[in-house]
Design a protein around this ligand. Structure first.
Ligand SMILES: [Zn+2]
Length: 425
């Protein structure tokens, strides 16, 4: 997901496109005796798609963005709410979601504080040790807006009026929190709110009813600084209408909690250029501070991970199935190769949701095929923690941990070996 993607969108051409159908709720899985090893890609390919600008179809009245409080106020159950500037069809579709909204439950423990970070303004710092997958923050954004506000170029003031509408509607406390956020654009921003949104907005993907992305500005998550070796990741949870921040690496008490603002698959020079252009700072994270030779090695590691990702796809079991049958292949050949790839990620402190799932998946399947329950469980637990960190759910990994012998991969290679006829002496 992107940060600050409202930039330069104000003057883009508007083209009409039909509204998208609401997302289909997946049918509940029927109970099976066989436990599946999760192989669902965590990555939404649309994240890399070019940003589109479109408007939902409808009559003129329906083309006015609506200022709406979501979830709707519930005086019997007061909860934080977000001020949203969205299309009317989106409001209808969101409110029509079955069970919406799921009750907002803040994390049981406060794991961080917002405090000054030398050379980086304010930031988020762990006040306790945090484990992989732990929920650090869950918050309803201050504001949510459709990405890029279309307007008639003959009336540029329209963008400012529309952009400031949700901010004006905030409570005094939340408005103060919004204007206290950093504005990396300074005087170059067309108006202060635009600069603050550009600096702090995080992508939440498309809301139901309209295909283009929305952006959210959060009181605390938007305070997270950048690192090319991030230890946390955020994701949007539609049903509770909240943004969640979770740890993707163990975070020690006193350590800064950092996310990424830019694609980390790019080499050092490109990352620096992107951050400089979009946010006006030079990254001094652990990876960007490496000496020149080590920095080149870091770039090479990242390039290798990118190339490998094109050949290793989640759910592609061709290699595993061939290995199961191949009596001459060493037992650990796939496991060791996948561990090497994960070791590259460890060295970089970079766990990209496009890359790590396939290696965990193959390691677990290989251990299962060897009948090694202990190692399969250990690696499935790690996969569960990371999957929770990126999605908020374990996607079925805990079932593998609990029932390795009930998976479809259990003992496959061992059985294939034992089924081999004995060689004549
Ligand atoms: Zn960096």
């Amino acid at each position: 997901m992107r940060r600050g993607f409202l930039k330069n969108e104000y003057a883009k051409t508007v083209t009409a496109k039909p509204p998208t159908a609401p997302p289909q709720t997946k049918a509940k899985q029927t109970k099976k005796t066989v436990v599946k090893v999760p192989s669902e890609s965590l990555h939404n390919a649309e994240d890399d798609a070019p940003i589109k600008l479109a408007m939902p179809e409808g009559d003129i009245a329906s083309l006015n963005l609506n200022l709406v409080t979501l979830p709707m106020p519930n005086f019997l159950r007061p909860e934080p709410m977000s001020i949203c500037l969205i299309w009317p069809i989106q409001k209808q579709k969101i409110l029509a979601l079955p069970g919406f909204p799921v009750r907002f439950v803040p994390p049981p423990r406060v794991l961080y504080e917002i405090k000054p970070i030398p050379g980086a303004g304010m930031g988020m710092v762990a006040t306790q040790d945090i484990e992989v997958g732990d929920l650090i923050v869950r918050e309803r954004p201050l504001i949510i807006m459709v990405q890029g506000i279309p307007y008639d170029k003959r009336h540029p003031e329209y963008a400012r009026i529309q952009t400031e509408m949700p901010i004006t509607a905030l409570s005094e406390e939340n408005r103060s929190a919004f204007y206290a956020l950093h504005n990396c654009k300074g005087d170059k921003a067309p108006f202060p709110a635009a600069g603050i949104i550009d600096t702090n907005a995080i992508g939440i993907g498309a809301l139901p009813g309209f295909e283009n992305d929305c952006a959210a500005v959060c009181k605390d998550i938007s305070r997270c600084n950048h690192s090319c070796s991030p230890n946390a990741v955020y994701h949007w949870h539609l049903q509770s209408f909240s943004e969640e921040l979770r740890a993707i690496r163990p975070i020690a008490k006193g350590e800064e909690i950092v996310i990424t603002y830019t694609p980390l698959r790019c080499p050092h020079r490109e990352r620096q250029a992107s951050l400089e252009q979009s946010y006006g700072f030079k990254c001094t994270c652990r990876i960007c501070s490496l000496p020149a030779e080590e920095s080149r090695r870091s770039d090479a590691r990242r390039r290798l991970l990118v190339i490998a990702s094109t050949k290793n796809k989640s759910g592609d079991d061709t290699e595993l199935k061939a290995w199961i049958k191949d009596m001459n292949a060493p037992d650990n050949v796939i496991i060791e190769r996948c561990k090497k790839m994960l070791d590259l990620m460890d060295q970089e402190g970079w766990y990209d949701e496009n890359y790590w799932p396939v290696y965990f998946e193959r390691i677990v399947k290989a251990y299962l095929a060897l009948g090694d329950a202990e190692n399969a469980k250990t690696w499935a637990e790690k996969a569960a923690a990371l999957t929770i960190a990126f999605t908020g759910e374990d996607k079925g990994w805990s079932r593998v941990v609990a029932h390795p012998q009930d998976t479809e991969w259990w003992n496959l290679r061992t059985m294939a070996h034992s089924a081999e006829p004995l060689s004549p002496i």
